[in-house]
Design a protein around this ligand. Structure first.
Ligand SMILES: Cc1cc2nc3c(=O)[nH]c(=O)nc-3n(C[C@H](O)[C@H](O)[C@H](O)COP(=O)(O)O)c2cc1C
Length: 197
């Protein structure tokens, strides 16, 4: 199975058990090219997010999409400087947030869990579309809420940069060395047999 993996992935990511290669091939680069993301490809990402499971099928995830220079400039005002250095080149930025209330008005205990699933689906579909994604928690949530006029009963989670991959050399030097797929803990480190140990 690993024979079909791009060399860059295979060098850094070896699965312990057989899985679909899409899980290994998705990673979070920081260099974006200026190639446009088509509307069709972008909508496929949100189509994937749409089919995420959620508590009571409440589908609490929401996305605000920035694609025009004006919309992107607005997003740039609340993204932390460390992230702005690289994500300023991303042609699409989207904020993922979720409704903390159910349609009945009660607290929805799974809104964040469900939004996380939607982000995972979106990121995998981006890979299928030949795109890359990079989520960022490094942004000023209060400023984003105010700028984008998001009501108090929604929780902001992350800004996601979406685009085509750019050359490593286009990044500042300190980020060039980090432009490689990361590894993971072993499965045995996060599963427990029968009870917590
Ligand atoms: C919720 C969340 C917040 C993150 N925040 C940042 C961030 O602020 N800046 C950054 O460069 N990467 C950020 N990342 C990217 C992670 O560091 C990255 O996903 C992780 O190291 C695993 O690497 P991979 O996505 O390449 O597999 C974030 C990822 C997630 C899911």
């Amino acid at each position: 199975m690993s024979a079909s993996l791009p060399a860059e992935i295979e060098t850094h990511r070896q699965p312990e058990h057989e899985i679909n290669p899409q899980f290994l091939e998705r990673w979070s680069p920081r260099s974006f090219s200026d190639q446009e993301v088509t509307e069709d490809a972008l909508l496929s990402l949100f189509e994937a997010a749409r089919w995420a499971p959620s508590g009571s099928n409440n589908q609490p995830w929401r996305f605000i999409v920035a694609r025009t220079p004006e919309q992107l400039a607005k997003f740039h005002t609340f993204i932390s400087p460390f992230n702005l250095v690289w994500c300023e080149k991303a042609p699409v930025l989207t904020l993922i947030f979720s409704h903390t209330k159910t349609p009945k008005g009660t607290d929805n205990p799974s809104h964040a869990f469900d939004a996380g699933t939607a982000w995972g689906y979106l990121a995998l579909e981006a890979n299928n579309q030949g795109l890359v994604t990079h989520a960022m928690g490094g942004f000023d949530a209060d400023k984003a809420r105010e700028t984008l006029q998001i009501p108090a009963d929604y929780q902001l989670h992350a800004v996601i940069a979406i685009g085509h991959r750019g050359p490593v050399e286009a990044l500042p030097e300190n980020l060039q060395e980090r432009e490689i797929p990361s590894g993971r803990r072993e499965v045995s480190e996060f599963i427990y047999a029968g009870q917590f140990e």
